[in-house]
Design a protein around this ligand. Structure first.
Ligand code: ADP
Length: 538
């Protein structure tokens, strides 16, 4: 009886084990990808259905005991040696190998086609921890690789298209700026002449539309340059308090019209001299303060500056622009930094509230460029506060005050009737610039070509204004040629250009220009340049 019982138990155990083995085998056979296992003599112990199908075997069991030279012949005989070498490497070193390899797969019609595999070969160990074989798993990555390649090509194409877009924008903005310079210049002359009330109003419309168009072009250009990562930070020491004050006075006329108070609250513990990119900071401030004034009907606009964290060499300064305008809802706050987003329907706005919807998108990118983040706190019908915290290097007060002292000394000793040579081929722009310079008390000679300008240098001039786009020799060459005869101190040259790109500016400076000014140029800019560059009277 007992023997019978034992035999029964044993049979049952064998059946259970057999079932387990069958289950495990069918799991292995059904594994996705190509799975195979090989013994220490590099002979197949088994494989899954995918491999059996690929090797044209009727069942996976048919592979048992075979070597690569037998099973791979026909589909990839040229690769047998390489496959064997890698297998032996894993079997002897006990180190898993991962590799990308070219192999074969079957297409929908059962034909052999080339495929790229990601293969991992891992050693298998017995109970004594001795290598008894290896397990290979290969995944077909042909499609993924193709996608990656397509993505790479698409990215290259997108990059090229983006570059072309930026270049096109730079070119078109130059072409647009030139006639705009004439429109704005003549509108301003007309406005200053004797006109009746209606004529004055019409001229104001022309000037306002011209300025709006100009800001639109500038915004579009800035945004596309920021998108193409063409903006670079150029840090230099400057006085932040003065920069904010001058920005406020620049924007004060529109606040005055609306009777809004415009103030600066500069914390007395915040340093005034910092190292940063003053151009970029001013652009951020002009956008934020401009918006605050634009959307506020009564109350105030205050710029607040306060230290957040003080260190010996660095300071974290929070700069905030606060207004008592309409405020922005939480929903709109999520979108206002996106390009072209405007809160209300643009057609419902009054004429002073026009905009492009690009200002805050530019501010966002510029603050990111400075390594900080613009944020806004706002309550509907109470007002908004846009703020960011910049990490600035402190500067000992002397560095900037020296620079300013020089400027002051030079400007005080400015020679009254200076001789100027203006090299500009566009007759309308020539006329506008001559008028502005004459109004500033200068004697102006002009030339429409580089060659004539060179011959005119026999006469002595105090300063040269040279347009870069000349018909005969380009302005860069002309500046270089003049620099062979005169140093910057002997003859300052100011390059004038319709292009606002960094590369054009750098090109002018490399050629020997002292300054580069982007058109349109106002009388105020001419006066500042004259104040700075004209040599002291002896
Ligand atoms: P826009 O050229 O229209 O001023 P911005 O990108 O500068 O473009 O601003 C996007 C939108 O955010 C504006 O159209 C306006 O609706 C809203 N906005 C910006 N600043 C303020 C503010 N200080 N108060 C209320 N709304 C504002």
């Amino acid at each position: 009886m007992k023997t019978n019982d034992n035999d029964q138990d044993k049979d049952q155990l064998i059946t259970t084990l057999q079932n387990e083995v069958d289950t495990l085998k069918s799991i292995l056979y059904m594994m996705p990808g190509n799975v195979y296992w090989i013994d220490s003599d590099n002979k197949y112990m088994g494989c899954n259905y995918n491999v059996a199908k690929l090797l044209k075997l009727n069942t996976p069991d048919e592979v048992v005991g075979k070597i690569n030279a037998e099973v791979l012949t026909g589909i990839m005989s040229d690769k047998v040696e390489r496959v064997d070498t890698i297998n032996r490497m894993v079997l002897s070193s006990g180190k898993a190998e991962t590799l990308e390899e070219v192999g074969h797969t079957l297409d929908a019609d059962g034909n052999n086609v080339t495929a790229l595999y990601l293969t991992q070969k891992s050693p298998l160990y017995d109970k004594q921890n001795k290598i008894k074989g290896l397990l290979g798993v290969s995944l077909d990555i042909t499609e993924r690789k193709n996608m990656e390649e397509k993505l790479k090509i698409a990215l290259q194409k997108a990059d090229a298209a983006n570059r072309a877009k930026s270049e096109f924008l730079a070119l078109i903005s130059h072409e647009l700026r030139t006639p705009l310079t004439s429109i704005l210049g003549f509108a301003n002359f007309l406005a200053a002449s004797t006109l009746d009330a209606t004529q004055k109003k019409h001229v104001r419309f022309i000037a306002n539309s011209g300025s709006y168009l100009l800001s639109l072009i500038n915004n579009l250009l800035d945004y596309s340059r920021l998108e193409a990562d063409k903006f670079e930070l150029k840090n230099s020491p400057f006085n932040l308090k003065k920069l904010i004050n001058s920005t406020l006075s620049m924007l004060s006329s529109s606040a005055k019209v609306k009777k809004i108070s415009l103030k600066l609250d500069y914390d007395k513990n915040a340093p005034q001299q910092i190292l940063a990119d003053d151009r970029i900071l001013q652009q951020i401030l002009v956008n934020l303060i401009g918006n605050a004034i634009k959307f506020t009907e009564k109350g105030h606009v205050i710029v607040r500056v306060k230290p957040i964290k003080q260190q010996l060499k660095y300071i974290d300064l929070q700069i905030a622009v606060e207004d008592t305008g309409p405020g922005i809802s939480d929903d709109d706050i999520k979108s206002i930094f996106k390009p072209f987003y405007q809160v209300e329907n643009v057609y419902k706005r009054d004429s002073s509230q026009t905009g492009t919807g690009l200002g805050l998108a530019i501010v966002k990118k510029l603050t990111e460029l400075m390594g900080c983040k613009i944020e806004v706190d706002s309550h509907l019908s109470k007002g908004s506060c846009f703020h960011f915290t910049g990490h600035f290097q402190r500067i000992p007060d002397r560095a900037t005050s020296l620079k300013n002292a020089n400027l002051l000394k030079k400007s005080k000793s400015r020679k009254k009737r200076s001789r100027i040579l203006l090299v500009e081929d566009n007759e309308l722009i020539q006329l506008i610039h001559i008028t502005m310079l004459k109004e500033s008390g200068c004697h102006v000679d002009t030339s429409g070509t580089a060659k004539k300008a060179l011959s005119m240098l026999k006469k002595k001039y105090d300063i040269l204004f040279i347009d870069i786009g000349l018909p005969d020799i380009d302005g860069f060459e002309l500046i270089k040629t003049i620099r062979e005869q005169y140093t910057k101190e002997e003859l300052p040259i100011i390059a004038l250009t319709g292009f606002s790109g960094e590369d054009v500016h750098q090109h002018c400076l490399n050629a020997g220009a002292c300054e580069v000014v982007t058109k349109p140029i106002s009388k105020g800019i001419f006066e500042k340049l004259l104040e700075y560059y004209l040599p002291p009277k002896v």
